[in-house]
Design a protein around this ligand. Structure first.
Ligand SMILES: [Ca+2]
Length: 174
């Protein structure tokens, strides 16, 4: 059965689809999965340079992000700085930050919308911190040449989003 609304919703991951008709009208059953806002299921690869700052923003920044998103950026230092000697790390600065606040009496920090940093190339790397509201550290450093940034939003309430800069600095110089 053809589902016109499904076509209108292209781009959103639909796990379910139209289920049938009732009294001549379509009856829709939608089962939404998280919107993977990167390409396919891979994270966005961001190469950080030693000569300029790379900016990462939430989708649609500053006009407000969407609900139900999972976005991951995998940041790596440009190759020419890794070889032959290396010794560089990634530095993150927060230019603008406004996510939904953590107002729940929850053991989980920032359970609604959050921006989370891992000290490596995946979520299984060392957890550096998870932030929401307008509260964030002044700066975040990696210890190696990779950093993973994950943006999660829940099903309601959206805010302006975030704008961060990533640069490459010599380890131990700041
Ligand atoms: Ca939210």
């Amino acid at each position: 059965m053809k589902c016109p609304m499904c076509e209108a919703l292209q781009g959103i991951n639909l796990v379910g689809h139209c289920a049938g008709s009732y009294k001549g009208k379509y009856v829709y059953f939608f089962f939404f999965s998280m919107i993977d806002c990167s390409t396919g299921n891979d994270s966005w690869l961001v190469t950080a340079s030693g000569s300029y700052n790379t900016t990462i923003t939430s989708p649609n920044y500053p006009l407000g992000y969407s609900n139900n998103m999972e976005c991951t950026w995998q940041v790596e230092i440009e190759n020419k700085l890794n070889y032959p000697l290396g010794g560089y790390v990634l530095k993150v600065l927060f230019n603008d930050f406004e996510l939904q606040q953590d107002q729940a009496l929850s053991l989980t920090r920032c359970p609604f919308d959050n921006l989370t940093f891992y000290d490596g190339h995946s979520e299984s790397s060392l957890f550096l911190g998870s932030f929401c509201g307008t509260v964030h550290p002044e700066v975040i450093y990696s210890t190696g040449n990779n950093l993973s940034v994950k943006f999660h939003t829940d099903s309601e309430m959206t805010f302006r989003g975030f704008n961060i800069s990533v640069s490459v600095v010599k380890a131990g110089t700041e």
